[in-house]
Write a protein that binds this ligand. Structure first.
Ligand code: ADP
Ligand code: MG
Length: 252
């Protein structure tokens, strides 16, 4: 079973085509890293998987279920809204900016969606949240406010919050690029741990070290299109495409 599959995704903002026929499959337990220059469409692609952006053309499958089949922005898949929403709950997302609720404590941030969306009883949600906070190394920050946490701690809290919904796929959009350099490692460590535990992950990142170590597959995006895909060893040592080579020279 593939966890995410897109076929021929295209999207424009006005006259600007930001996604051009993007086809990509992420298999179960696979870690796929998307690299590419700023403006390539990486964020738009991730956001379209989570319905934060509408697509114009193409198909989106989650766990082999066709959720969107769009032509001229119109989705022809007939499906009950609840069923589609349930399928989309399988996809968790972590953003560059942590998007925490500032007036909720750490544990409340983690509990909120399970209680309000999944209707998990509060006490059960609290126990699960404690386990997750421990998993991301924040046991001692349970009652802290987001503003009392470092950037690295806030991002680990954001990861715990996404995991609280028990997603089967995690999307990460440059999760470490807003962090001070000394805080990047602690967030990548949590992500590596998650990958090792078998989470399916699609990660936009410029952390080539992380990608080399954790990724099964690297995808190079440029001007809205996937130009090259391959395993990390070959991709980083011997890219076939000149654009990939140029990009890697700029970040390595
Ligand atoms: P990346 O994440 O690879 O840097 P983005 O997906 O953020 O790229 O952006 C791709 C292109 O789409 C850029 O040219 C960007 O300016 C444009 N873009 C992104 N979001 C919007 C929007 N909401 N309205 C108009 N243009 C947008
Ligand atoms: Mg981006």
């Amino acid at each position: 079973m593939s966890m995410i599959k897109t076929v021929g995704l295209s999207k424009s903002f006005g006259d600007l085509r930001v996604l051009k026929d993007v086809s990509l499959t992420v298999e179960q337990k696979e870690v796929v890293c998307i690299i590419g220059p700023s403006g390539a469409g990486k964020s738009t692609y991730l956001r379209s998987l989570n319905r934060l952006e509408r697509i114009d053309e193409g198909q989106i499958y989650i766990e082999d279920k066709l959720l969107f089949d769009c032509k001229n922005g119109v989705n022809s898949v007939k499906m009950h809204l609840d069923e589609r929403n349930r399928a989309l709950l399988e996809v968790g997302m972590v953003f560059q900016r942590f998007n925490l609720f500032p007036h909720k404590t750490a544990i409340e941030n983690v509990m909120m969606a399970p209680v309000h969306v999944r209707k998990t009883p509060a006490e059960e949600a609290r126990q699960k949240a404690k386990v997750l906070l421990e998993r991301v190394g924040l046991s001692d920050k349970i009652d802290a406010w987001p503003s009392q946490l470092s950037g690295g701690q806030q991002q680990r809290l954001a990861i715990a919050r996404a995991l609280a919904m028990e997603p089967r796929i995690m999307l990460f959009d440059e999760p470490t690029s807003a962090l001070d350099p000394e805080l990047v490692g602690e967030v990548l460590a949590v992500m590596k741990q998650l990958a090792a535990a078998g989470m399916t992950m699609l990660v936009v990142t410029h952390e080539i070290g992380f990608a080399r170590e954790a990724a099964d597959k690297i995808v190079f995006m440029f001007e809205g299109a996937i130009l090259e895909t391959g395993g990390p060893d070959l991709m980083f040592s011997n890219p076939r495409n000149d654009r990939t080579r140029q990009f890697l020279q700029s970040v390595l």
